[in-house]
Design a protein around this ligand. Sequence first.
Ligand code: GLY
Length: 388
Amino acid sequence: MSPTHTSDVLVVGGGIIGLVTAWRAAQRGLATAVVDPEPGGGAARVAAGMLAAVTELHYGEQTLLGLNLASARRYPDFAAELTELTGHDLGYRRCGTLAVALDADDRAHLRELHALQQRSGLDSQWLSGRECRRLEPMLAPGVRGGLRVDGDHQIDPRRLAAALVTACERAGVVVHRAWAERLALAGDRATGVVTADGTELGAGQVVLAGGSLSGRLADVPPDVLPPVRPVKGQVVRLTMPARLGPFLNRTVRAVVRGSHVYLVPRESGELVIGATSEEMGWDTTVTAGGVYELLRDAHELVPGITELPLTETRAGLRPGSPDNAPLLGPTGLEGLLLATGHYRNGVLLTPVTGDVMAHALTTGELPEEARPFTPRRFGAAVLTEQPA
Ligand code: GLY
């Protein structure tokens, strides 16, 4: 079978990671195509869009921190370029973040995080409960203290995705609205994909950027199959009526009884509350328990949310990887690259992923800053059996 369409680069997956890869590749002069039944969809439809390199720092993730910070530094120019090119307002808000503690255990946890941030050379400031409430008057009187991080911002991921679709169109990226079913191979090299209707799309290089689905493209040899799994996150959206005045000025987050909860206030009046973290396979059901826990924990932080209209509930799937870091660049199979496994940081890592992948596609190598994220750091994928 000869391909009906051929490009230099074929990106499998039109979420924000696939789109930014395609856009940057096309800007470098590569004839680029994306295959996805619904470009601009994926986890970005659900994500809150926190750009939280500092407040989402975890023990053991210092290598990932370097990439997160590199991407955070790129955000102002990236957002300006995308807005200028497409005319889309991305909802990019350099508002900072306040991580707060409600009880002694939370405060101890936050103190540990502060110490880790300081050891990592990051900018964050410890505040008393009173100082937190001065910044955010809607916070509960019981807030015991917090960390002010002025460098952790937010963007609206749905707007980001829409802008990337437009940027791809303007850059000449061909979009195939189809489901990529299997990888096409010739000998020991990837040559494209075959879609659900049997069409073969040929390419010099194939980038697998299918988010949590990246491990499910048929005929990818087991030793290069990405070890990603879906990690469910439920999110609710409220509306902050303008007549109430500013409800929250910045992202507010906390760990309540061991669960992360965050409230992300947009200039549009949307208030996003997230997120559960559940190992439930491919399930995207919004559950009463998930919504209850989010609202209960958010209410402990900001009691006034009970007054706000509830406008949306949704669940999405983060692409989790074994070390919580992305898989970027060439694999052991010639012609096949990965851009997946971004887990909790897909929105934050979008700018750096575009640059890294464009570099890899044009030179065959990862730039220095991305070398730790080579897919070759994992052996053959060990995937937990997931329901079909
Ligand atoms: N980065 C936020 C989340 O994954 O829930």
